[in-house]
Design a protein around this ligand. Structure first.
Ligand code: GLN
Length: 494
């Protein structure tokens, strides 16, 4: 039989149900790949025993003729931002090192209830702040991809879900959870040639996910293809009374609703996303995507999102503002690290713990956030950014009067090398330019692989939909996927 780790979510689920292979064989195969890939540093900790335990439970259910669930027999990677009961949860920060939650996040619990098993906790940018996975306390994740033109420069897997993107593209997991505050599912998916969807804000419960910017944070799946994303999102989504911003709506049957026929659909191409000096390969891939959707039967219309240029600055005020508030809870008393210098008082302990526990990027965000929320600057920055956020939502609402989905690049470039941007926060932030507008507006948005650039690195196309229209986004993604025929994978070097 072909290598079991070449199988995705649907193929594993169906094969386990049909008895073609057992869930245990699948879990063993992926556990072996995880164990052999330490050079990628995708996992903070591996939990092979959890994957085996879930697989055995699935096999036992099958033997008894019981239903196996949406994710029956599928082992997954769990971004280490989701609290997992009894398993260390760090957000890739020293300040949470050693923190073992007494509770399970709603999303991870739903996945286990659907029959999934856990291969381990995936590395990420610290507190999900970053676009390259270089801010993790546990070291960089190395993308499995390398430039085709020789040179073995280590490439960024994207961020913040860089462990997730690496695990899926390197066949360490058929799928993984991600979270997306300003692109952290879509950009790493684009950088590694996989698919990922951020659903409408509120679709997936935030309960038990380490909070970054609560008005933006959303969980979503990262997987090899659109169908696998649809299946996993169905398992992850749903109303949760424990999250005040959870959507009180039934979860649609996204997999059953998949349909790549775009006849009668209008696809909007936002004028403002075509920026001066745009990367030629990214521009060409966008044009190709437009042609593919036209070929799928869609009508292409130009739309305008006039406030696009303010999205990035607004995001980098709102997200740090919320982060500075959310991260106030890490005080050395309740979680993980405690730094208590000799003879120190409570204030000293707070200061010492936070100084030692947070990485440089996290401190930068806390400083920015505290500044923009401070009495003298609140109106000039925070209030202003909130107004911009409203204008951006309005831009999208107006565009969606003329189109059903919007097509854009996911990121302004393909993956860059580790170290290329880590000294320049602004250059790093600019990488999120196409991702943050949909985040600010709370819209569903997906990245699907479109092809390779001239360096042999993957490029992603982004589809943005109306609120609650994950189906429209997935379907357009499927139409692109069918035409892109993206079968590239990184040559194994690890
Ligand atoms: N790269 C963005 C940031 O650093 C987005 C991160 C995310 O979506 N979690 O804030």
């Amino acid at each position: 039989m072909a290598d079991l780790t070449d199988l995705g979510v649907a193929a594993i689920r169906d094969g386990v149900a049909a008895g073609t292979f057992s869930a245990l064989e699948i879990a063993e195969a992926f556990n072996a790949n995880v164990a052999a890939a330490s050079a990628l540093n995708a996992f903070i900790i591996a939990t092979p025993e959890k994957a085996l335990e879930a697989a055995k439970a699935t096999d036992a259910r099958r033997a008894k003729g019981e239903a196996l669930g949406l994710m029956g027999g599928v082992p997954i990677g769990m971004k280490d931002l989701f609290a997992t009961k009894g398993v260390q949860t760090t957000a890739a920060s020293h300040i949470l090192e050693g923190f073992v939650p007494e509770y399970e996040s709603t999303v991870s619990q739903k996945l286990w209830d659907a029959g999934a098993g856990m291969l381990g906790k995936l590395n990420l940018d610290q507190f999900a702040m970053g676009s390259s996975n270089e801010t993790s306390y546990f070291g960089n994740v190395i993308s499995p991809w390398r430039r085709a033109d020789g040179g073995n420069a280590a490439m960024a897997p994207g961020g913040s879900s860089g462990g997730s993107s690496t695990a899926v593209s390197a066949r360490l997991a058929p799928a993984a959870t991600g979270t997306d505050t300003g692109g952290s599912i879509r950009q790493p998916a684009a950088f590694t040639g996989i698919s990922g969807i951020k659903p409408t804000y509120g679709r997936c419960s935030r309960w038990g996910i380490v909070a970054f910017a609560s008005s933006l944070d959303q969980a979503g799946p990262m997987a090899r293809d659109v169908r696998d994303c649809a299946i996993m999102l169905e398992a992850m989504a749903g109303f949760d009374p424990k999250d005040a911003t959870s959507l009180e709506m039934a979860v649609p049957q996204w997999e059953a609703g998949l349909n790549p026929d775009m006849k009668g659909k209008r696809v909007g191409v936002p004028r403002e996303y075509r920026m001066d000096g745009m990367d030629a390969d990214v521009a060409a891939s966008w044009d190709q995507g437009i042609a593919w959707l036209r070929d799928a039967g869609a009508e292409i219309v130009e739309v305008s999102l006039p406030h696009t240029k303010y999205a990035l600055p607004a995001y980098y005020i709102i997200a740090p503002a919320e982060a500075s508030s959310n991260l106030a809870r890490y005080d050395g008393v309740r979680y993980g690290l405690r730094d208590l210098p000799d003879g120190a008082g409570l204030q000293d302990m707070y200061a010492a713990t936070r100084a030692a526990g947070f990485g440089a990027e996290v401190k930068r965000r806390i400083l920015i956030g505290t500044y923009v929320l401070s009495a003298g600057f609140y109106d000039a920055y925070y209030t202003q950014a909130q107004k911009v956020r409203t204008l951006i939502s309005r831009d999208f609402a107006q565009a969606f009067e003329q189109c059903d989905v919007i097509l854009a690049p996911t990121a302004p470039t393909a993956a860059f090398g580790l170290g290329d941007k880590s000294d320049d926060p602004l250059a790093m932030y600019l990488n999120d330019v196409f991702a943050v507008p949909a985040s600010l507006a709370g819209l569903p948005a997906m990245s699907v692989p479109a092809g390779l650039n001239r360096e042999g690195l993957p490029l992603g196309l982004q589809i943005i939909g109306r609120p609650f229209d994950e189906q429209g986004v997935l379907n357009a993604g499927l139409a692109i996927e069918a035409r892109a025929g993206f079968a590239h994978r990184p040559a194994k070097w690890w």
